[in-house]
Design a protein around this ligand. Sequence first.
Ligand SMILES: [Ca+2]
Ligand SMILES: [Ca+2]
Length: 120
Amino acid sequence: MKTRVISAFAVSALATAGLLSAIAPATAAPAKLKCATGYFCAYEHINFTGAVLVQSRAGRGATVDAPNDRTSSGSNNTGNQWVGVNLRLGIGDDVYKWAPYTDASTIGSANDKIDQFDVK
Ligand SMILES: [Ca+2]
Ligand SMILES: [Ca+2]
């Protein structure tokens, strides 16, 4: 009777371990993006801090205006590419590109240059 109790416990321990290992990868796999699902967000400072300059769910082909020369990080929680554009004398330079479902805690040389976003 005693061994039966122990083996039942062992089985339940194995089942628990199996359950935990099944849960762990699911929790770790998709990194949670900073911006809400379906939205692109641009932030005033690096690491998604400061003012939220843009929070948009504009679709492909849209142009989204942003406060000039302030964006320092961004989160793209959409299935589209978002391109940060620096407008100079009416000519747009693509200075930073967010692939679908990516965060950028810094944007390098594009820092404080973006004036609008093109959704592609
Ligand atoms: Ca900034
Ligand atoms: Ca600019």
